[in-house]
Design a protein around this ligand. Sequence first.
Ligand code: HGY
Ligand code: MN
Ligand code: MN
Length: 395
Amino acid sequence: MNKVNEILNEIGRAGRAEDGSYTRACYSPEYFEAVDITEKLMREYGMVTSRDAAGNLRGVLRGAGLGHKSIIIGSHLDTVPSGGLFDGAYGVAGGLEVVRKLKEEGRKLRHTLELYAFNAEESNPLGATFGSRAVTGLVSPEQPGLAEALKNYGHTVDEITACRRDFSDAKCYLELHIEQGDYLFNEGLKIGVVSGIVSVISYRVTAIGHSNHAGTTMMKNRHDAMVAMARLITEADKRCRAIDDTLVLTVGTIKCWPGSENVIPGKVECTFEMRHMEKSKTDELIKEIREIADSIDTVKFEIVNMINKGSVSCDAHLMDVIGAAAKEAGEKPVVMPSGAGHDANPMAHRVPIGMIFVPSKDGLSHCPEEWTEPQDTEAGAEVLYRTVLALDAED
Ligand code: HGY
Ligand code: MN
Ligand code: MN
């Protein structure tokens, strides 16, 4: 019996909108509704639960053996605005299905099994993967604006620093996730064994010109921050495509001051987010972006690095175990990198990580159309279960 879809839809009761999208912003009531649902299931399946100031939920199922390190499973319960059912919640549901199935089969692991439901993995005022960075001690107390942002959620920097956990008692971290790209779907494949997670590096870019009257200021006299930013974005996009086919650049946010239709924008602020497995590629791109900015003389540009999450590799042994578990389950696993960021990235700084992907229909994600066939979500959960059993047989 595999109940991962039932469990996923139970979690999906939180934050679901009429249009079939899901919104569970970090620390929001909808987010904590999903945490409540998850905690209830953790306890039903025999886990001891706890929460922390970073908004994370942790379930622990004590192992029978002595001195065995924990096998940790995790993913996130927050979503992007108007996101899908699967991103994050599927990995938590997969972990719950492992615990449920152990109970159903009356199995007692030698290793302690832990399940984390992380908060704030998606972009947010505290920085993405905030919850998993808090437990791994990767939230810098000096992070610009952190104290103010935390105040809005009723927390302090000291409380977050106290969330740090010593992972010397952990054997590994496993995350089951939808691919969020179209490779598995287009190739008709069902199980991805993830080899690594790309970097996520973002900059706050501000164009500073002069506000002025939209009617009386001739074009040759303008210091239009919006036009300058538009030139920087289009030129940066061209350079990104020229550097490498798998280098990606996204300008996902824009703010404009004073923001009136009859005033020339004096200031425009955007986020430039780039990703790649190799640091040299993102280094090259930001170098060229700075050169382009310097060449635009109508405004001044400020470029501030906000997030600098380097790429990480998955553990080779865990990849082998996942691949063998997939084959044992009758699947044909394929090794592939992750173009999406995950909580496994911060976790990789503390423990060996392994990730399992299942297909995303048409490669769509971060939108209401996000979909994975029920038999594929079940297959992913089965591979996770068999991976846990195989790891439990090791020391
Ligand atoms: O943005 C990402 O890559 C992840 O889905 N949060
Ligand atoms: Mn995710
Ligand atoms: Mn996401």
